[in-house]
Design a protein around this ligand. Sequence first.
Ligand code: AMP
Length: 208
Amino acid sequence: MKLIFLGPPGAGKGTQAVAVSAELGIPHISTGDILRANIRTGTELGTRAKEYVDKGQLVPDSLILNIIRDRLSAGDCENGFLLDGFPRTLAQAQSLGKITDIDAVINIDVDDQTIVERLSGRRVCPACGATYHVSTYADETCTCGERLIQRNDDKPETVLNRLSVYHEQTRPLIEYYRQSGKLHTVRGSAGIQALTREILNIIDKVKR
Ligand code: AMP
């Protein structure tokens, strides 16, 4: 199964991708996670990406495509993969189409107001990557013991920028994949587990 999870920042792509990739036994590839790991460890890629990520802008396609080409050529992608946060532009989608065929695109639909609320209240664990929301988790420490942080790009001014980048550059991909007959839209406001089940049902039907 070669899958793409599409949707605005904060739609729940990461949360769903963790559950769905574990269930299907395929790697979860998040370009955002790869970039953040490079920024944390201070690689050349991280240094180049940081100025864009911190402002909520898209990292240039050429950098992202190098990451994707590298990652998809690894042995664990032979039986499929789940892409989370890629592609984000039409050019990225077209380049991906030249590298490989995709089986299904799951578009997680969430309205703008919900996105702003979710992202501005999101806290993440820099050690294990777990995410929480201040409305449901009052503790400042992750269950793994690490102190939670707010991502730089979850600060209010950057959230609005990320949303407008999504509408301008990523949203057109919905139509692009609809035309290829691969698009399946789900409502991101459903509960986490209900949404995982819905997505797995869709994938089951695609497989048959
Ligand atoms: P995410 O964790 O998916 O929200 O990504 C965080 C940030 O990483 C984005 O706001 C971009 O700056 C950068 N990024 C992640 N994926 C891509 C991509 N496919 N193309 C360009 N920039 C990306």
